[in-house]
Design a protein around this ligand. Structure first.
Ligand code: NI
Length: 257
């Protein structure tokens, strides 16, 4: 099993020791690989993600500028990020995109930083991990406008509806579902989980947040992706081991891992 999206940030897990302990618990739970995302915890989180991946052969990473941090953008920092992305441990750029729910950075800045990263990903031949919250279709429109789909597009922590899921899949994109799918109230996500084509589905924790049942309310960690996968298998009426094999193969294919 692969946790396709977690934030194994030492600042969240009590230093390197805490991160290594969370990785050990994931291995014990049957999670064989983890993608830690160095984006969204300040600009320096990209450096920390690469450092964790360098310590563990079964951890790889992505680096990027989260829409929350778009106002931190400078040309020098962007150059630094792209130099970091050339490391063999980096399998994707992101997470990147638009977040009009929190609006932590001005929207024009979010758009510009998103587009710059899409162009950089194309030049570096890396797939992209998308964060989209309440952008009313604008994220999809920018991906179209930048001809991003061919390079590989993954909507992480997908919370949109079935119509948008179908639009993403039709363009060749992938969908990653988080622990929210275990919440009784998440009826549209349940429908997405049932209907998304099996060859486009990934699973993730987005740890340290969005902890699945039965650990809801506690700090999330990669070991808990097992509960998310089990619930999706139940919703789809599929054998968990078969769904695990398929989502693991999808993740490996998407990240060329
Ligand atoms: Ni994330």
């Amino acid at each position: 099993m692969i946790d396709s999206h977690c934030h194994l940030d030492p600042g969240v897990y009590g230093g390197d020791e805490g991160v290594d302990a969370a990785i050990a618990r994931a291995r014990a739970a049957g999670v064989s690989r983890m993608l830690t995302v160095g984006s969204g915890y300040g600009f320096e989180s990209a450096h920390r993600a690469v450092a964790v991946a360098r310590r563990h052969a079964d951890v790889r990473c992505a680096v990027g500028l989260h829409p929350h941090d778009a106002s931190e953008y400078t040309d020098a920092r962007f150059a630094e990020l792209l130099a970091l992305a050339a490391a063999p441990e980096v399998l994707a750029l992101g997470e990147m995109g638009l977040d009009f729910h929190y609006d932590k950075s001005p929207r024009d800045q979010q758009r510009a930083v998103f587009r710059a990263q899409l162009r950089a990903a194309r030049a570096a031949r890396l797939p992209v991990i998308i964060h989209d919250r309440e952008s009313a279709g604008e994220t999809l429109a920018i991906l179209d406008d930048e001809a991003a789909w061919e390079g590989g597009v993954l909507y992480h922590c997908y919370t949109g509806d079935r119509a948008q899921m179908a639009a993403i899949v039709a363009r060749g994109g992938y969908i990653s579902l988080p622990g929210i799918v275990t919440f009784k109230s998440a009826t549209e996500m349940h429908a997405v989980a049932r209907e998304v084509p099996g060859d486009r589905l990934l699973v993730e924790t987005d740890a340290p947040f969005l902890t699945p049942v039965p650990y809801r309310g506690k700090k999330n960690e990669p070991a808990y992706v097992t509960y998310t996968l089990a619930e999706i298998a139940r919703l789809r009426g599929e054998d968990p081991a078969a769904l695990d094999a398929q989502t693991t193969a999808n993740t490996a294919r998407f990240f060329r891992w």
